[in-house]
Write a protein that binds this ligand. Structure first.
Ligand code: PT3
Length: 344
């Protein structure tokens, strides 16, 4: 079998917090680039991921960049745009005749995007869907959700008292965890109420939050309204690329998104592991043409740069999943008329 086409979706790299809580000793001025920006560690993470992709596909992708070979799309957010650029610097270092300056081993490669207000492929959950809002309301009344909140009730109280946040719901607790996590990654001393036990519990609550957004209750219907839209685009591409076409030169689709983008897609495939996707984590689709002319899809998830990406099995299919089975199995997560399904 021969590799015919690759699609990758990744989360941006390490960043500064999106915001600080009121009593946080580290406000926006503590961060060189301000809130929500890719850090140099995040740039290195993506440069490394680009180098990994280069070595993984060294016999598939051309050595030198060609606009016909790769298409890159990112959300219109600094950290994802910059992550894609850093990734491409690792994936396509220019050969000598491609260098436009003798002292610069880098070439510009386009990263396409659309305004966030028009983004419907890479930003989830989309909040334009009344039915999804209803599903989330239902989720908050399930035993799992009620049980989780009561388990963490004292933690939520602690966060409320210590952060100066008025109304602490799960959403605000997630953002406090995120802020504390970013600060810890940048060696900023945490306030004394943030013990390892508190961080562990906050992390568990954050992971539960990811499960809740795209699952826990009516996961497939949530997927049809959210991540299934991205899955549909990827599946349509796989089908198109499976048909041999000598004029078709595209080999790689690179998508730069967020933790929620990776989660939404994996939940729509029913392969989400329940853990917030780490920085620069990468979901890989590989399309193969079999010797008998048929096509198959293999998936991998790279969530640890020290390990080989691990194979991901689509439930109901083999690791090397025949394309027609892949299409059939994923159909349930893809809506034919999402706008209609969103109506109450
Ligand atoms: C409201 C803040 C939403 N968070 C983001 O956009 C981040 O990029 C988050 O998705 C992430 O992957 O870190």
């Amino acid at each position: 079998r021969k590799l015919a086409y690759v699609s990758v979706l990744f989360r941006h790299g390490d960043r500064s917090p999106i915001k600080a809580y009121p009593t946080d000793p580290y406000q926006e001025s503590a961060w060189p680039q301000g809130f929500g920006q890719l850090s140099q560690e995040g740039m290195r993470q993506h440069y490394e991921l680009g180098q990994f992709l280069r070595s993984r596909y060294k016999n598939f992708l051309n050595e030198s960049y060609s606009p016909h070979e790769v298409f890159v799309r990112s959300t219109d957010v600094d950290r994802t745009l910059m992550s894609a650029a850093a990734n491409l610097a690792g994936l396509y270092p220019p050969n000598s005749q491609q260098m436009f300056r003798p002292d610069l081993k880098w070439q510009p490669i386009p990263v396409h995007t659309v305004p966030l207000s028009e983004e419907r492929l890479l930003s989830f959950p989309l909040d334009d869907c009344p039915r999804y809002k209803q599903l989330m309301n239902e989720t908050e009344h399930t035993p799992e959700f009620i049980n989780a909140i009561s388990t963490y009730q004292d933690l939520i109280e602690l966060v409320k008292n210590k952060t100066g946040l008025k109304n602490t719901n799960v959403e605000t607790v997630w953002s406090v965890y995120d802020t504390l996590f970013c600060e810890s990654r940048h060696n900023m001393t945490a306030p004394d109420w943030v013990t390892p036990d508190v961080m562990e519990k906050l992390k568990n609550l954050k992971d539960f939050g990811f499960q809740v957004i795209f699952g826990v209750h009516k996961q497939q219907e949530k997927s049809r309204l959210q991540g299934g839209m991205l899955l549909n685009e990827i599946v349509k591409n796989l089908s198109k690329m499976a048909t041999p076409d000598p004029t078709q030169q595209l080999k790689l689709l690179m998508l730069s998104g967020h933790d929620t983008t990776v989660t939404a897609l994996q939940a729509s495939l029913n392969v989400f592991n329940g853990i917030q996707p780490p920085y620069a984590s990468c979901h890989i689709f590989e399309l193969y043409r079999e010797d008998n002319g048929s096509a198959s899809v293999s998936m991998f998830y790279r969530n640890d740069s020290n390990m080989e990406p691990y194979p991901i099995q689509l439930p109901g299919c083999s690791l090397n999943c025949p394309l027609e089975d892949f299409l059939e199995i994923t159909k349930g997560s893809i809506s034919d008329d999402r706008d209609k399904e969103c109506q109450l």
